[in-house]
Design a protein around this ligand. Structure first.
Ligand code: ADP
Ligand code: MG
Length: 237
């Protein structure tokens, strides 16, 4: 990608876009959390990203990895709840993958490291009705689009948004098995997970920011399909 200064500018724009989006969706996230949690997800996330935006506003030198690390550290100290350490701690750890700057390759490494940390900390499998349900398909789609399908990062990110959206919808009919919502057991069925939803908003804002900086196709239908037309036949051993 571009020089360090442009990368830093892109990260700062991403932070601002995410902070604005979370602020705009604060009540919605709180409503989702009031149905199956304790009605604080919107407040937690908006407090966290407001602090991040303030803390990083005048970062005009330094490496992007350090800037991203600051995002994580600030979220840990400001967000609290289950989502603070999950978002903040995982961003903090994954920031090391950006030590050589942001490229298609390091962005995949960052995304994978972030997902790994979220799972290591939260111990939620896919289908437990958590942020992992939006994050896993998004990260896998992004990685596959870049490494196997050789798509431009912008197209890969657009496909990741699509995958995260499907992940969010998938949380609705399932029963929570992790986090506060799991206390409700079957009564959590029929409600959308707040953390999966905030994850989608963040990935959407990363795409919106990337559109300002990268060339590529954001029409995901124009990209190669994920699912083959024909049923695969099992290979003989
Ligand atoms: P709290 O549950 O402490 O009030 P928040 O309301 O800020 O924290 O965040 C709730 C979200 O955190 C849930 O919607 C879910 O997506 C996510 N979450 C909770 N526990 C876990 C976990 N063990 N692994 C992954 N995500 C989790
Ligand atoms: Mg909550």
């Amino acid at each position: 990608m571009a020089d360090t200064e442009t990368q830093r500018e892109a990260v700062l724009d991403a932070i601002e876009n995410v902070a604005d989006r979370i602020e705009a969706e604060k009540e919605y996230l709180t409503d989702l959390d009031s149905a199956i949690g304790d009605a604080d997800h919107g407040a937690n996330m908006s407090r966290g990203f407001r602090a991040v935006a303030e803390k990083t506003a005048d970062a005009d030198d330094g490496e992007v990895a350090d800037l991203v690390k600051t995002v994580g550290v600030t979220l840990i100290s400001e967000v609290g709840g289950a989502s603070g350490p999950l978002y903040g701690g995982s961003i903090m750890s994954a920031s090391a993958e950006l030590s050589e700057g942001i490229t298609a390759e390091t962005s995949v490494a960052f995304a994978e490291a972030y997902l790994d940390k979220v799972q290591e900390r939260g111990k939620a499998e896919i289908g437990a009705k958590t942020m992992v349900d939006a994050l896993t398909p998004a990260v896998h789609t992004y990685k596959k689009s870049i490494e196997q399908d050789d798509l431009p990062p912008l197209t890969a990110l657009a496909k990741a948004v699509d995958a995260a959206e499907r992940g969010v919808r998938f949380t609705v009919p399932i029963k929570a098995r992790k986090g506060r919502a799991s206390y409700l057991d079957w009564r959590s069925v029929g409600h959308q997970d707040p953390g999966a939803t905030s994850t989608l908003f963040i990935v959407e804002e990363l795409l919106a920011t990337a559109e300002e900086y990268l060339e590529g196709d954001v029409d995901v239908d124009a990209a190669s399909p994920d699912v083959p037309e024909e049923e695969p036949t099992p290979e003989d051993d």
